[in-house]
Design a protein around this ligand. Structure first.
Ligand code: C2E
Ligand code: CA
Ligand code: CA
Ligand code: CA
Length: 275
């Protein structure tokens, strides 16, 4: 703004300062919350559509704010990514998820979201392997969920890190599949284990629209590449029936269960085991 002359600078600088200040305040709040242990990891089941059984859970972070209650990650993850705090927060989530998952039955895996900022960090692979070692969780019970944005920058270095982690037995899922521009390109460049079809496709799936045809095509594509397909955001029986009809292997959504605290998930998994 400075280069644009005095008039412009006068108009815009106060607003920019204000934004920077608000950002600093949120950043400080987030850092404090992390130190004070105010973050919680909730877990949402991933269900196999053939057996109707839970195959794993996705770790989803929440901020238990003393005044504002439970805050959604959609509001603070972008800020944490901008400020870099996502590296520390992500490491905490990863360790918590691994510690929780060791207590669950052997067949249950845990999926952890990884942001581009984390993966770009040179110590990321080491962080993941340390979390496994510290918790005693087997590598093949951990899944890392990445979005396309993760691969957009510094692609070679990021791909190398993912290859390294995958060789240890960790599985890699492509999250929000179909929402970006180059999903198909990345399928060719990296051997993903799972494709999580974005929930925007499921919303109209029961209504004989293009969405159903796209899911069907993605399931066929996944099948021929040996990639598991999961549909996100299944909320109704009608959507479930449509997803089933398209041959999708796994589902996740409020219809089966909302994300829940670790204790409730532990009880749910124990009950499912006795069925
Ligand atoms: P995501 O990775 O796509 O996670 C799935 C989101 O969809 C979750 O929102 C989940 O609660 C929601 N969801 C699941 N089933 C349904 C459904 O049937 N209907 C609807 N409407 N929504 C459903 P949540 O927990 O609010 O998380 C939002 C996003 O925040 C996540 O989207 C992910 O991008 C990010 N996030 C959450 N936890 C972490 C984390 O630990 N690290 C990073 N980097 N990002 C995270
Ligand atoms: Ca995810
Ligand atoms: Ca998703
Ligand atoms: Ca998302």
């Amino acid at each position: 703004a400075k280069a644009k002359g005095r008039g412009t600078a006068c108009l815009f600088e106060p607003a920019m300062d204000e934004t920077a200040e608000i950002r600093r305040a949120i950043e400080r709040d987030l850092a404090d919350a992390l130190r004070q242990g105010l973050f919680e990891v909730h877990y949402q089941p991933l269900v196999n559509l053939g057996s109707n059984r839970i195959t794993g859970v996705e770790a989803l972070v929440r901020w238990r704010h003393p005044e504002r209650g439970l805050i959604s990650p959609a509001t603070f993850i972008p800020v944490a990514e901008e400020t870099g705090l996502i590296v520390a927060l992500g490491e905490w989530v990863l360790n918590q998820a691994c510690r929780d998952a060791v207590a669950w039955p052997e067949g249950i895996s845990v999926a952890v979201n990884v942001s581009a900022v984390q993966l770009r960090n040179r110590t990321f692979a080491q962080t993941v392997l340390l979390a496994l070692a510290a918790s005693g969780l087997r590598a093949d019970r951990l899944e890392l969920e990445i979005t396309e944005s993760v691969l957009l920058d510094e692609t070679e270095a990021n791909l190398e890190t993912l290859h390294l982690l995958r060789r240890t037995g960790i599985r890699i899922s492509m999250d929000d599949f179909g929402t970006g521009y180059s999903s198909l390109t990345y399928l060719r460049r990296f051997p993903f284990d799972k494709m999580k079809i974005d929930r925007s496709f499921v919303q109209d799936a029961g209504k004989a629209t293009e969405a159903g045809a796209i899911i069907r095509a993605l399931v066929a594509l996944g099948g021929s590449l040996g990639i598991t397909t999961l549909v996100e955001g299944v909320e109704t029986e009608e959507q479930l029936a449509a997803v089933r009809a398209e041959g999708c292997q796994e589902m996740q959504g409020f219809l089966f269960s909302r994300p829940r605290p670790a204790g409730e998930i532990t009880a749910m998994l124990a009950a499912a085991r006795e069925e």
